[in-house]
Design a protein around this ligand. Structure first.
Ligand SMILES: Cc1cc2nc3c(=O)[nH]c(=O)nc-3n(C[C@H](O)[C@H](O)[C@H](O)COP(=O)(O)OP(=O)(O)OC[C@H]3O[C@@H](n4cnc5c(N)ncnc54)[C@H](O)[C@@H]3O)c2cc1C
Length: 457
């Protein structure tokens, strides 16, 4: 046995001794299932996996891993696993928070306390009975911690800004195994850093977030055949330059594979869609939608719906999916940029070519914001391709990133950190001027770099 083997064995023994069956080592039968993230294209191979179900479990795991000289990577669902999987995880304990879920609503204070691994479906199920909702994203199975602490762009975003602005308090376990509360009053420096720096500073065991007073919302989607993509995209681009901040929508060209679980009118087709939310009365929303309805969509589901229904309008995949995606933030979308987008969107190798309308309150940094407080840009360009063969991960990543270049000349010096999905060498534009401050606070709370992240500080 080599010296290195002895070291590895002793670390495994130390973990087993401290955590018993709460740690899953590479040789254990459950290892492959435990390391599997939501994005099945991310082949993450950590030293060990822990699945804590209480805050005390998290403290035990952090102390045991740090004592064994191992690093720690928090993960809730693995929607953003690609960036993490690109890092060397051979000395890292992956801490999967999927078992630490629960939501308590304070309907009077209009806040929710959310356990560290909770997903947006959990939150909205708890808040809807009170006529409240939150700044969730398009998918209900994304975690609150992973989304909100990296920014979070919702269908309420142009009216209410980034979701990170709604975070009031974070309870976390830091590198020394301490359970801390970070808020405007307690550890304010750490609270500033967490709002953008996310899992690079510790394992979040709960958060308190502000809620929105919407029981229902005017929202939905429209679908056209992709043969109308040019006409619809040009009209949508013009329309977005006229709508108020109460309107947040997305335009997508989708090349949908033939799948038996899909309705026949979608399976195997290429379509163009517009979806989103309009925070206006029915009459005002209908008037705003006029120019899009004049294009005679074959499906038009825009209507007043319970606010919880907003989690369905983007029709994100409910189950784990192998995908590669890339994004850039655009400062503007002139006619030439629309033409370039249409050329990209015509590639049948893509599953989705998407433009999300940004701007509005997203560009305004709120008073007392954290490290990331705003997103400077008018549109988000997003390309997604399915990874049908594990051997094709790199080629698929090159495909989705390559397509962004066609719109490079309209690019803003910004990144939306929630949309970083591997293959990004420089994500500093996502932090902007906050990066230096984040590094100082990282050194203070995690001097030996115990916490690993797909977006290291
Ligand atoms: C189908 C789909 C739809 C999406 N829609 C949107 C959208 O509308 N708007 C938007 O802004 N983004 C969207 N995203 C991106 C998504 O918000 C990010 O991928 C987000 O980071 C996922 O968080 P997660 O915790 O679910 O994923 P994970 O991969 O589990 O976590 C991502 C990172 O967050 C940190 N983290 C997660 N949980 C914890 C914790 N408890 N403690 C400490 N750190 C933690 C870790 O650093 C981790 O690496 C979408 C992604 C997908 C795949």
């Amino acid at each position: 046995m080599t010296v290195q083997d002895t070291t590895v064995d002793s670390r495994a023994d130390d973990l087993r001794h401290a955590l018993g069956d709460r740690i899953i080592l590479a040789a254990d039968p459950g290892y492959d299932a435990a390391r599997m993230p939501w994005n099945l294209a991310a082949d993450q191979r950590p030293y060990a996996v822990a699945r804590p179900v209480t805050a005390e479990d998290v403290v035990d795991v952090v102390r045991a891993a740090a004592a064994a000289g191992l690093r720690i990577a928090p993960q809730s669902t693995g929607h953003a696993a690609s960036a993490l999987a690109e890092t060397d995880l051979s000395d890292t304990v992956l801490v999967v928070l999927a078992g630490l879920r629960g939501v308590t609503v304070d309907p009077v204070g209009r806040t929710a306390r959310v356990l560290g691994g909770s997903v947006w479906n959990d939150v909205i199920a708890a808040t809807a009975p009170y006529g409240l909702t939150a700044l969730h994203g398009s998918a209900g199975n994304v975690s609150v911690a992973g989304y909100a602490l990296r920014g979070g762009v919702s269908f309420y975003a142009r009216a209410h800004g980034l979701a990170v602005g709604a975070v009031r308090e974070v309870q976390l376990v830091t590198a020394d195994g301490a359970l801390l509360r970070a808020s405007a009053d307690e550890h304010p420096d750490l609270f500033w850093a967490l709002r953008g720096g996310s899992g690079a500073f510790g394992i979040v065991v709960s958060l308190v977030i502000d809620l929105l007073p919407y029981a229902d919302v005017f929202a939905g989607f429209m679908i056209w055949d992709a043969s109308h993509a040019a006409e619809v995209t040009r009209a949508w681009a013009q329309w977005t330059k006229t709508v108020p901040n109460s309107v947040t929508t997305t335009l997508r060209v989708l090349h949908i594979p033939p799948l038996p679980e899909l309705p026949p009118f979608l399976s195997g087709r290429s379509v163009v869609t517009v979806d989103g939310a309009i925070l206006e009365t029915d009459a005002e929303a209908a008037a705003l939608l006029g120019p899009l309805r004049a294009l005679q969509p074959e499906v038009d589901m825009f209507a007043r719906i319970p606010a919880a229904g907003l989690l369905e309008v983007h029709m994100d995949p409910p189950d784990p999916t192998p995908a590669a995606s890339a994004h850039s933030v655009l400062a503007e979308l002139p006619d030439e940029a629309v033409d370039a987008f249409l050329a990209v969107a015509g590639d049948q190798g893509l599953f989705v070519a998407e433009l999300r309308h940004l701007g509005g309150e997203l560009t305004r940094r709120p008073h007392n914001a954290g490290a990331v407080g705003s997103l400077q840009g008018e549109y988000l360009l997003h390309t997604i391709a399915m990874v049908m063969d594990p051997a094709a991960v790199i080629a698929t990543r090159q495909l989705v990133h390559g397509h962004l270049r066609a719109l490079d000349q309209w690019r803003a010096d910004a990144l939306a950190l929630t949309f970083v999905d591997g293959g990004v060498n420089d994500y500093s534009p996502g932090y902007g001027e906050a990066l230096e401050g984040l590094r100082v606070i990282k050194h203070q709370y995690d001097p030996t770099g115990v916490f690993a992240s797909g977006l290291p500080i």
